[in-house]
Ligand binder design. Structure first.
Ligand code: ATP
Length: 243
């Protein structure tokens, strides 16, 4: 496999608490992953380390073989890691199309183009995010699910190598949850997608590799079926929150 992102012996302490404990993970290019685990397992800290919001106490982060450990979020975004947070960050008074154009002009997008990346056409982004009929709609008028998709679209126009999604199915209807999983399936032809999730229906529908974190360490990684059948995973996580 071609490794896009490599986490090597990552630890992160917050005072006396070890939020990440010697985590080593490789993520392949153009693949999809879901990171699951109980509350406090270290999922957000892992995402924060990847995108530069949190500096690891130990270990290295490599993107395409180049070390990015401890770089600022802006510099990491310019290297091709885009993150969509749970809380929307689009411009509410601007239209869907304008929001996408603003994101396409961002420093991250410009750096990616300068590095030789080809950003997708806005029409393609509107199509893949299911927003083709809503390009002129003001973002604040979008229902929650569509606004989440706009946020994904705003990440896509920066031509990322890696798209990091924080609980992408939170607050979505069942249909929207499945549509988001299908969207990820389409996107991972172009980029790696890592979703931090709680909703096991979504994790199943995404269908990529599942990484289970527990107490800051990787408890298990495998297919959805492998992870679901694992007794330790059932004990620490699935027994409490799966269907
Ligand atoms: N900035 C911080 N300062 C102190 N402790 C922190 C900080 N960020 C995270 N932690 C602690 O690190 C541990 C892991 O937290 P993290 O948010 O990464 O877990 P999580 O798996 O994302 O949990 P959740 O599913 O509840 O969001 C928790 O015990 C949390 O309280």
């Amino acid at each position: 496999m071609t490794v896009l992102l490599s986490l090597q012996h990552i630890s992160r302490r917050f005072g006396g608490l070890l939020a990440l404990d010697d985590v080593s993970l490789d993520f392949a290019a153009r693949a999809r992953y879901c990171v699951i685990g109980p509350n406090g397992a270290g999922k957000s800290t892992l995402a924060n380390v990847i995108c530069g919001a949190v500096r690891p106490s130990a270990g290295r982060v490599l993107l395409d073989g180049a070390e990015i450990t401890g770089r600022s979020p802006h510099r990491i975004a310019r290297r091709g890691i885009a993150r969509k947070f749970q809380v929307p960050s689009c411009f509410p008074e601007a239209s869907v199309g304008t929001n996408l154009r603003i994101a396409a002009e961002s420093p991250a997008a410009r750096s990616r183009i300068a590095a030789g990346a080809t950003p997708p056409a806005l029409a393609d982004v509107l199509a893949v995010t299911g927003l083709a009929d809503l390009a002129r709609t003001t973002a604040s008028e979008l229902p929650h699910g569509r606004r989440q998709w706009l946020e994904i679209g705003m990440a896509l126009v920066t031509a990322p190598k890696l798209l990091l999604l924080d609980e992408p199915s939170a607050g979505l209807t069942d249909d929207e949850t499945l549509a988001t999983a299908r969207m990820i399936d389409e996107l991972c032809g172009e980029m790696t997608v890592i979703a931090i999730e709680h909703d096991m229906r979504f994790v199943e529908a995404v269908g990529g590799e599942v990484i289970v974190l527990h107490q800051g360490a990787v408890l298990r990684r495998g297919t959805f079926d492998e992870v679901r059948a694992d007794h330790t995973v059932q004990d620490v996580y699935l027994g409490r929150s799966a269907r």
